[in-house]
Design a protein around this ligand. Structure first.
Ligand code: ARG
Length: 253
């Protein structure tokens, strides 16, 4: 339901009054609106009380605290998130977004602040041992994510063996229900699924074929004002140790 209303909202007319950033009298930014796809626990998700929470959300809150600005989080969904940045419905996106060359053609990204990699999830009795083993299997992934892109590369752009789901939990459900032999997604989210579902008989497969992925905050192309501000905040939380404290690891430069 959330997905549908978020979608309608995203399509609900274009705004032309420019950015949603609020500014003080001397034109300093005092508030930014951040869009996310809160279906990606433990990175960004909705908790029992309906609030948008997660590691990425905590990172943005820490950045905001350093900058002395307010952040409003909006749950937009994954695919609508990209046009929402273009439409200036949000000032930036925080959604475990991997910085890729292709995305950099259309958006600007902050400095990387988190490192991840793809992980394969299969039923416990699966014979899959590597990513290459998925070549002739049915594989699910969240649509237009780096996992989906990797799977398309292996199976072929238009392969009917690819099950592209709107969210990662739905992609995993397809695998659990037998509609896919494996599921590919970011390590944090796949590991969280296993942690939260100890009775489901699945296992993960790592593969060095997958390149390291770096998350960045994403702004509209050319929005150097917001980009600079966010980079300033990222620099601060890298220096004062807050980032490492929240993410649980030190980011090597
Ligand atoms: N890191 C991956 C990508 O950028 C997956 C991110 C999905 N995030 C989400 N909140 N659904 O494509």
């Amino acid at each position: 339901m959330m997905g549908i209303s978020a979608l309608l909202f995203a399509c609900g007319g274009s705004k032309d009054e420019g950015t949603t950033a609020e500014k003080s009298g001397n034109s300093e930014i005092t508030k930014l609106v951040a869009g996310t796809d809160a279906t990606y626990a433990p990175m960004e998700y909705i908790d029992e009380s309906g609030e948008i929470v997660g590691i990425n959300i905590d990172i943005v809150k820490a950045i905001a605290e350093e900058l002395g600005i307010e952040i409003e989080f909006k749950n937009i969904g994954w695919e609508p998130l990209f046009p929402a940045v273009d439409n200036e419905e949000v000032d930036f996106a925080v959604s475990s977004i991997t910085i890729t060359e292709e995305r950099e053609e259309s958006y600007d990204f902050t400095e990387p602040y988190y490192v991840a990699n793809q992980l394969i999830l299969v039923p416990e009795d699966s014979d899959v041992e590597s990513f290459a083993d998925l070549k002739d299997k049915k594989v699910s992934a969240q649509i237009n994510t780096t996992g989906h892109i990797a799977v398309k590369k292996l199976l072929g752009e238009t392969s009917t063996n690819i099950v592209a789901a709107e969210t990662m939990p739905l992609a995993i459900s397809e695998m659990i229900n037998g509609n896919a032999d494996a599921s590919v997604g970011d390590n944090s989210t796949v590991n969280e699924y296993i942690k939260n579902n100890p009775n489901v008989e699945v296992k993960t497969i790592e593969d060095d074929e997958f390149e390291k992925e770096y998350y960045g905050l994403m702004v509209k192309k050319g929005n150097s004002e917001v980009l600079q501000l966010l980079n300033e905040g990222i620099k601060k939380i890298k220096e004062n140790g807050k980032l490492a404290e929240i993410s649980g690891f030190e980011m090597e430069e």
